[in-house]
Ligand binder design. Structure first.
Ligand code: GLU
Length: 231
């Protein structure tokens, strides 16, 4: 086997599932950081815009939806979860990245954190600015997300959200601001950081997730209705 073939073999296989959001967004001009159309750029084009990714993993894209994340509903959440579960069972898949709108990234990440039955890394990622904007954050967020999804260090830590150089637990993370790139916060802080292609974990999730919970995405075909009475 040639050296380059050996190097190729060592790289993790990561599937990037596209669902839409600002990371798939485009604005009319480069100064449009807040006014733009989300969910228009196909996932393969988002991946191709970050050629550095091919040096760290064998990546392939899969477009499951092209929506703003406010359009997630039970049906879509279950479809996404079941597809992720199916991919995680394949020997030739080492990790999954899901590109997602930021408005409901925390709901999807928490849902997967509770229902997936695998220790392989699953990372949900988005961006606050479209790829067309000055200071666009999606390319680095995607690079970091693929790096985390490729890493054995990220295995067994539940579903993760990677944004703005930080690795958050899907259980903890919440969006706190509608335009700042540092919007994602966890009450107990991020689990770790990603800097220049290296990830560093500083703490572990202590609460049950994925393989430790009573919920199994493969066995869930509908979600119970829960009404909220605001007071
Ligand atoms: N509202 C859109 C969504 O959540 C765009 C916001 C974003 O991705 O930052 O998909």
């Amino acid at each position: 086997m040639s050296l380059s073939a050996q190097a190729q073999e060592k790289k993790a296989n990561v599937v990037v599932i596209g669902t839409g959001g600002t990371i798939a967004g485009a604005g009319a001009s480069s100064v449009n950081t807040a006014a733009y159309q989300s969910a228009v750029v196909p996932v393969d084009k988002i991946i191709a815009a970050v050629p550095e990714i091919s040096k760290i993993a064998n990546v392939r894209g899969e477009q499951i939806f092209q929506i703003g994340s406010e359009s997630f509903n039970d049906e879509r959440l279950l479809k996404l979860g079941k597809r992720v579960s199916e991919l995680l069972k394949q020997n030739d898949v080492d990790g999954i990245v899901i590109t997602h709108g930021t408005d409901t990234i925390e709901e999807t990440a928490y849902f997967l954190n509770l229902t997936l039955k695998s220790t392989k890394p699953v990372v949900v990622v988005g961006s606050m600015r479209p790829g067309t904007a000055l200071g666009a954050d999606g390319a680095l967020n995607l690079y970091d997300a693929v790096l985390v999804a490729s890493s054995k260090d990220a295995a067994g830590k539940g579903t993760l959200v990677v944004m703005n150089d930080e690795i958050h637990s899907g259980r903890d993370v919440t969006k706190t601001n509608s335009f700042k790139v540092e919007t994602f916060r966890s009450p107990y802080g991020p689990l770790g950081y990603v800097v220049e292609g290296k990830l560093m974990f500083y703490r572990l999730p202590a609460r049950p997730h994925t393989t430790q919970t009573e919920f199994d995405i493969d066995k869930i075909n509908s979600l119970p209705r829960v009404d909220i009475a605001y007071n």
